[in-house]
Design a protein around this ligand. Structure first.
Ligand code: PGA
Length: 247
């Protein structure tokens, strides 16, 4: 389906300080001033930058996402950040289950389901990330793995808004990009799952992530069911992020 507007989301990971983030956003807003951008922009900075960036972007086309959250609503969880805190800081979205959270920090599908539950309770919009490893793809298990991740994370999901990001692990930060065909096929599978699961499954934007950059963005965005991009490395520079937003 053709999905409008397409979404370009930048995941800064553990990069850019508050002051660097503000310089980035100033540049973005200056370039975008007075322009009609057909795409929606989201930036996911680290926790300390959420509030200053949300304030700087208020009233603009840029919305703010957090990169992670606690599965608890509040309490004695030193070092954790609750959804209520993210919302209060100005985040509208939160990434759930980014592959670095799954693989470096060992987040399980059950934990992600618990996080999705608090996200919904507190009224933020989750961006659920799914994706197979290279080994799983080579074994022909890519669709099974992604479907299982969706099934387990979304078990009992009672929200009415969701974004899904397909991020093949082997393509993240490696310079390897899924071919437009790989992306098209997996996005079609994800759409099939979402349609079967939710009456509003057609309305869920499905983003592609994994070494998306100015040189491959147009081709990826032209694939059916690729409703946007989740960009890591190429979102750290305002000029390349803008190029992707405008391809
Ligand atoms: P990358 O990261 O664009 O640097 O591959 C994407 C992501 O991890 O969201």
């Amino acid at each position: 389906m053709t999905f409008q507007p397409q979404i370009i989301a930048g995941n800064w990971k553990m990069n850019l300080t508050v002051s660097q983030g503000l310089v980035f956003v100033d540049r973005l807003l200056a370039v975008l001033k007075g322009r009609e951008l057909s795409r929606k922009l989201i930036l996911a900075p680290n926790f300390t930058s959420l509030q200053p960036l949300a304030t700087a972007c208020r009233g603009s086309v840029i919305e703010i996402a957090a990169q992670n959250c606690s599965e608890h609503e509040a309490g004695a969880f030193t070092g954790e950040t609750s959804i209520a805190m993210l919302k209060d800081a100005g985040a509208a979205y939160v990434l759930i289950g980014h592959s670095e959270r799954r693989h470096i920090f060992g987040e399980s599908d059950a934990l992600l389901a618990a996080k999705l539950k608090v996200v919904i309770t507190e009224g933020l919009v989750p961006i659920l990330c799914v994706g197979e490893t290279l080994e799983q793809r080579l074994q022909g298990d890519a669709v099974t793995v992604v479907t299982r991740q969706l099934t387990e994370a979304l078990a009992g999901f009672s929200g009415s808004q969701l974004l899904v990001a397909y991020e093949p692990v082997w393509a993240i930060g490696t310079g390897e990009t899924a071919t437009p065909d790989d992306a098209r096929q997996m996005h079609a599978e994800i759409r099939k799952f979402l349609r079967a699961e939710f009456t509003w499954g057609d309305e869920v934007p499905i983003l592609y992530g994994g070494s998306a950059k100015p040189g491959n963005a147009a081709e990826l965005l032209a694939q059916p069911e690729v409703n946007g991009l989740l960009v890591g490395g190429a979102a750290l520079d305002p000029e390349s992020f803008l190029q992707i937003a405008e391809v």
